[in-house]
Design a protein around this ligand. Structure first.
Ligand code: ARG
Length: 470
């Protein structure tokens, strides 16, 4: 098949080169953006008198047909035609003749592919924003059920201070809220229109880039043609967002694995969201959580891959940039899948309140509260810390926990201890006493749940605004 750019060549390309060079295998997923972009370009060319209205009408008709054929699975993609742009253009010319050959006036594949991926990125922001909001909602909902489910809080994976399951989940809710904010930032980066940059230096034709931007709902237009075709920062921003989101979910996944182990026993995954072993009949494995943890590595890899691809490229376009797509698309697919299953896994898991309560009654996570008790009686914190440290050592030696020591035993460590010390030791009290802003006390959690609900509503509104601009 003759290449669309074959004029100066006297031989056809080597077969292996065709296969190596082709991106159609993966960039065909840009067909909608490519066709929509071409339509806007054709409309602009006609409006500016660069092509005739008749040619533009033929182009529109042809592109509509091609769109329908692709959607119906009837379009034959060819690797010899390299990429989605040339596959569609060749099919158009086959359909409508010379008018099809005029479509590429004042355009290069360099600005065309940039346009397609900007449009695709915007679409993906809207789609993933929706899924992210749903996951945030699930976290908020599950947290709302557990404002008084007391569990151990950890530092260094050692029991530290009692918290609630709601408080723990709300930590992730907060992280995901920031991820959503970053996703909105990705939109900003993608909402700049590159078409008209040509191969690198614009065009001699009297094009109207702002018209194209308006047709395609772009907020801005690239102000430098070299920049428009050579940067991929909007994809890197997306991958950075994706990496942080996956990092957050990977940490939660690690906890889901721990919590569902026999050692912790804090949760039980629903049967529909766990898997068994082919050999060990008793097994119930947290594969979803493990996979999310595992897939985070793959997403980070794509980010680093693209950073590395772009970092040494002289301006403007270089074919290396074709390598932006597979990692980008794979990141999109991974996130889509992750956000969907994660939400359902969360909403169906069983929280074993009693095991958590039992855990927190058999540890020393109330020791800080006892030190605070002494501070309230007038002791400087460091001294109180020392006295309680001695109480803990004594209790361990005698095989007891703090509530089981007698007042007489306590008095050996500080005369300030009185009978009322027991009140501050109950894990529920420890939690209730942490009423500071952002603390785990149920009343503070209720406030944070309210604020969270409001924030979600604001995010939802923000997302609807974007969706209207697709
Ligand atoms: N398939 C190419 C890409 O993804 C399109 C642009 C090709 N431009 C070129 N001059 N070879 O980057």
């Amino acid at each position: 098949m003759a290449k669309l750019w074959g004029g100066r060549f006297s031989k056809s390309t080597d077969e292996a080169v065709d296969a190596f060079n082709a991106s159609i295998g993966f960039d065909k997923r840009l067909y909608r953006e490519d066709i929509r972009g071409s339509m806007a370009h054709a409309a602009m060319l006609a409006r500016q008198g660069i092509i005739s209205e008749n040619d533009a009408a033929a182009i529109m008709r042809g592109l509509q047909e091609i769109l329908a054929e692709i959607e119906a699975g009837k379009f034959e993609f060819s690797a010899e035609l390299e990429d989605i742009h040339m596959n569609i253009e060749a099919a158009l010319t086959k359909k409508i003749g010379a008018a099809g050959e005029r479509l590429h006036t004042a355009r290069s594949r360099n600005d065309q592919v940039a346009l397609d991926t900007h449009m695709y990125a915007k679409k993906i922001v809207a789609e993933l924003g929706e899924l992210l909001l749903k996951l945030e909602e699930a976290l908020l909902f599950t947290a709302g059920q557990h404002t008084d489910t007391v569990m151990p809080g950890y530092t260094h994976l050692q029991r530290a201070q009692p918290i609630t399951f709601a408080h723990h989940l709300l930590a992730y809710f907060n992280m995901l809220q920031r991820d959503f904010r970053r996703l909105m930032g990705v939109w900003q980066g993608a909402d700049i229109m590159p078409l008209g940059a040509g191969a690198l230096a614009g065009t001699t034709f009297p094009i109207d880039r702002f018209f194209v931007a308006e047709e395609l709902n772009f907020g801005q237009v690239y102000g430098n043609s070299l920049d428009a075709v050579s940067d991929r920062d909007y994809i890197i921003e997306f991958m950075s967002f994706a990496s942080l989101l996956m990092l957050h979910l990977s940490r939660l996944s690690e906890e889901v694995c721990l919590w569902s182990s026999q050692e912790f026993g804090y949760i039980e995954l629903d049967d529909a969201f766990a898997t068994g072993s082919s050999m060990m009949p008793q097994k119930k494995n947290p594969d979803i959580a493990e996979l999310v943890r595992g897939k985070s590595g793959r997403v980070f890899g794509h980010l680093l891959g693209l950073l590395t691809t772009v970092k040494g490229l002289p301006l403007a376009y270089n074919k290396d940039l074709q390598e932006d797509k597979e990692g980008f698309f794979d990141t999109v697919d991974t996130l889509r899948f992750t956000l969907t299953v994660y939400r359902d896994m969360l909403l169906t898991l069983k929280v074993k309140k009693e095991t958590m309560a039992e855990a927190v009654s058999k540890d020393f996570s109330n020791a800080t509260d006892l030190a605070d008790y002494l501070v309230r009686k007038g002791l400087p914190f460091r001294e109180a810390h020392r006295a309680v440290g001695q109480c803990v050592a004594y209790a361990i030696e005698n095989g007891k926990y703090l509530p089981q020591l007698t007042l007489a035993e306590y008095k050996n460590f500080s005369p300030l201890f009185e009978k009322d010390l027991l009140e501050c030791l109950a894990p529920v009290r420890c939690v209730e006493a942490r009423r500071c802003y952002g603390g785990p006390a149920p009343e503070e959690t209720a406030k944070q749940l309210r604020l969270g609900t409001e924030a979600l509503a604001a995010q939802r509104e923000q997302l609807e605004l974007l969706k209207a601009k697709l």
